[in-house]
Design a protein around this ligand. Structure first.
Ligand code: PLP
Length: 372
């Protein structure tokens, strides 16, 4: 089956008992078993597994082309769910412009277990090779990255990791499986914040790991999730499954709107740089064109007039909403440096945009009046 068809049908079989076409939402925390504890349909207690969360895992496994998936209460819970399976003392390579939460885990939490990270430019493969140490167990890639949309070559990173006996995990939140399938390129696992495009409506939080194989990391992560209770709730699983079914259609429109916005902004004298992997001027354009079906709905823009010009622009838009997060139907805009805490990494003239599903002419009109 092709991707668009899988998105509609994977995990969405009609309910065996009632024939309900829309997936049922099972809220029960406990499941009736036999006198000696025999399970009737494989379920016992919601924190371990439940039927609605199972449907979402079947769906995500199919969409990413993996063997198993685990869904979590948030993207950060999924990230932590993978990282807590590392041995004490492990070393990890992470992107220098990684998601802020990943950086915080490595600054504040993982050192307690002597786990260290080297942050580097993941598009520079010789820098990646040079940073490997005997104890390097994992390369963590995020492509396109946040907020500069830097592109890492997934197939090349998988080769480097595997030649070293390490694993490759790819945060696929920005691209989604509709545009990029890291497991087919050699990654061992994919991580998602399903809060973003998979949910797609800015009304549900969730995360996921999808594994190429039901390997020992999968087994360990599943056990840890059961014991620590980071599982996605049935209701959140149900909403994300609902979102996944329209993902291919939404992504196509996100991509075409973002391209229009990127091309418009690139032509404005007030703008000093537009970061969008679909532009041939983008540093990662060639690799992106090789490993992605299309270039996504995220971009960032820098202003020649510095921080003041960026803030003025962000405060003048009317259709774009000034808010964090991304991947919903509505367009969002944000001054990254302002929300990155005490040590911002983004340039202070940079604005990140999540281009939504409004009519592109309305979006362009809004940007025009904000630039006046
Ligand atoms: C939002 C996000 C996360 C964290 O996910 P939450 O659902 O907010 O916990 C991780 N990685 C990327 C790229 C994100 O955009």
């Amino acid at each position: 089956m092709r991707f668009e068809t899988l998105a509609i049908h994977a995990g969405a079989e009609a309910d065996a008992e009632t024939g309900a076409v829309a997936p049922p939402l099972h809220l029960s925390t406990t499941f009736k078993h036999g006198a000696a504890g025999e399970r009737r349909a494989g379920y016992e207690y919601q924190r371990e597994t439940n039927p609605t969360q199972d449907r979402l895992e079947i769906c995500l496994t199919a969409l990413e082309g993996g063997e198993r998936a685990l869904v979590y209460a948030s993207g950060m819970a999924a990230m932590q769910g993978y990282l807590e399976c590392l041995a004490n003392g492990a070393h990890v390579l992470i992107p220098n412009d990684c998601y802020t939460g990943l950086r915080t885990l490595f600054n504040e939490f993982l050192p307690q277990r002597a786990i260290t990270a080297t942050a580097l430019d993941m598009s520079d493969l010789s820098a990646v090779r040079a940073a490997l140490r005997p104890e390097t167990a994992l390369i963590w890639a995020e492509t396109p990255s946040n907020p500069l949309l830097a592109i890492a070559d997934i197939a090349a990173l998988a080769e480097i990791a595997h030649a070293h006996g390490a694993r490759l995990v790819c945060d696929n939140t920005f691209a989604t499986p509709a545009l990029q399938q890291p497991l087919a390129l050699g990654a061992d696992a994919v991580m998602h914040s399903t809060t973003k495009y998979l949910g797609g409506h800015s009304d549900v939080m969730g995360g996921a790991l999808v594994f190429a194989q039901a390997d020992s990391v999968y087994e360990q992560a599943a056990h840890r999730r059961h014991i620590t209770g980071n599982i996605a709730s049935p209701f959140n699983s149900w909403l994300i499954l609902r979102g996944a079914r329209s993902l291919p259609a939404r992504m196509a429109w996100h991509c075409s709107n973002a391209r229009r916005v990127a091309e418009f902004l690139q032509a404005q004298p007030e703008v000093s740089a537009v970061h969008y992997p679909g532009l041939s001027s983008h540093r990662g354009h060639e690799v992106a064109a090789k490993q992605m079906r299309d270039f996504g709905g995220m971009l960032s823009v820098q202003f020649a007039g510095g921080r003041d010009a960026a803030l003025r622009f962000a405060s003048r838009v009317r259709i774009f909403t000034n808010a964090t997060s991304l991947g919903g139907v509505e367009s969002l805009i944000e001054h990254r440096a302002s929300i990155e805490g005490p040590h911002p990494v983004s340039a202070d003239n940079l604005i990140r945009m999540s281009v939504g599903l409004e009519h592109p002419d309305d979006l362009i009109d809004d940007l025009k009046q904000a630039l006046l």
